[in-house]
Ligand binder design. Structure first.
Ligand code: AMP
Ligand code: MG
Length: 403
């Protein structure tokens, strides 16, 4: 690492530096059936008005409003209109049309009376209206959105609701960014796969499973590598394989100051480091740079640290590449229910649980806050965002990021 390499920098500076390594993503057209968590690569306009025609919001009778002002009103039932019927019904003065929810409004009608406010006379084929009809029970053509209106911008992250919106706009296929292939490489002699037998001195490898899920959550393709032992040669092999086969590399472990922190060492000797260490707690050791021109994030090995660094540093970079602000990290303002230890000059990310008290949301820590305790983030509900201007004292307000 050169002496000019940014070292121990604020999170925001780190995010900005990471953005200087950009990847131009390709696009592809996919069925909306497969579009969950994908990101639109161009804006999407509606192919229809919604609704496409005036239709009834209720099961009832379509009538002429001015004829219903003095209830009870008796009208002849001239026709029945069902959802899916063509738009070719007409009613004349003195008439009503039996109508179902979603059915087109017959010509001549300008209001609907719900079925429960009527008495139908089967014998005479008439209906008695017990009240005035309601003009607002008609859903007007285009009242939701109109033909050619752009409802989803480039960079939109497709949630289940947005996928239904794509369909309602008439799109069975959408153009989305091709997912990035992201290599996720765990490092450490002590790591064993979950499901295997632990021997003395070993722990289960947990980081890359969560990081892999976070990559899928962001709409990309995780490729989880087997653990690499603490050896420069083995690490070099894994990094070369990853840079030849993937677009981005994420490593876990081995980036601190220790003798056996080989990711940092090999990056210093053979890679390019854009910055090393950031002012967040937990999670200060990460590095970012490139290995054979492939962007690489070196995440800390401590399980909580690897997760928080991903959320705070990697996720903004991935979103930047896809022009997306989504999924937005949901942040809310809470009151601290206890003193929370902050570190001057650092962004403090404690794992807290939330509850409501006197119309306020209060945050307290519930689980041991060690950066090795994955349960604290798995069972916690939010991360505190305690920065320079916070004391961390009980009663203070701060924002938290919802997990
Ligand atoms: P390191 O950053 O390699 O010094 O690791 C810091 C701590 O995180 C050590 O206690 C490691 O055993 C632990 N650790 C490293 N990698 C993983 C992993 N993939 N899953 C769970 N714990 C890990
Ligand atoms: Mg290690």
């Amino acid at each position: 690492m050169g002496s000019e390499t940014p070292y121990f920098i604020p999170l925001n500076d780190a995010v900005e530096i990471s953005k200087t390594r950009k990847i131009d993503l390709q696009s592809e057209i996919i069925s909306i059936d497969k579009a969950h968590r994908r990101i639109l690569s161009k804006p999407l306009h509606s192919l229809t008005n919604d609704p496409p025609f005036d239709n009834s919001a209720m099961d009832g009778f379509a009538v002429i409003y001015s004829e219903t002002l003095k209830p009870p009103t008796i009208l002849k039932v001239s026709t029945t209109v069902e959802a899916g019927n063509k738009f070719d019904n007409i009613i004349n003065p003195g008439e009503a049309a039996r109508i179902m929810t979603g059915a087109p409004i017959p010509k001549g009608a300008d209001s609907i009376i719900p079925i429960e406010l009527c008495e139908f006379d089967n014998e005479n084929n008439t209906v008695k209206l017990l009240q005035e009809s309601k003009p607002h029970f008609i859903r007007k053509k285009g009242e939701n959105f109109s033909l050619n209106e752009i409802l989803l911008s480039k960079g939109t992250y497709l949630t289940p609701e947005k996928i239904s919106l794509c369909a309602a706009m008439g799109h069975g296929e959408v153009e989305v960014f091709k997912p990035l292939k992201v290599a996720i490489i765990p490092t450490g002699d002590e790591l064993k796969l979950p499901g295997e037998e632990l021997e003395s001195g070993q722990i289960f490898e947990s980081n890359t499973f969560g990081i892999s899920s976070l990559i899928s959550w962001l709409g990309h393709e995780p490729i989880r590598y087997p653990s690499v032992i603490d050896s420069i040669e083995e690490l070099r092999k894994a990094l070369n394989h990853a840079s030849n086969n993937c677009d981005v590399i994420i490593t876990s472990g081995g980036v601190s100051m220790g003798e056996r922190d080989f990711v940092r060492k090999i990056m210093e000797q053979e890679g390019v480091i854009d910055f090393w260490r950031i002012k967040v707690r937990p999670g200060s050791p990460p590095l970012f740079g490139s290995w054979s021109n492939t962007p690489i994030f070196g995440l800390p090995g401590n399980p909580v640290s690897s997760h928080v660094v991903f959320r705070m540093l990697c996720a903004p970079w991935f979103r930047y590449l896809t022009h997306s602000s989504k999924p937005v990290e949901n942040k809310i303002r809470v009151k601290l229910g206890e003193d929370i230890k902050t570190v001057p000059g650092f962004l403090t990310l404690r794992r807290v649980n939330l509850f409501e008290l006197d119309d306020e949301i209060v945050a307290t820590t519930k689980h041991h806050q060690g950066s090795g305790n994955i349960a604290s983030i798995a069972l916690g509900e939010a991360l505190t965002l305690l920065g320079e201007n916070h004391s961390g004292k009980r009663g203070e307000y701060c924002h938290v990021l919802i997990l």
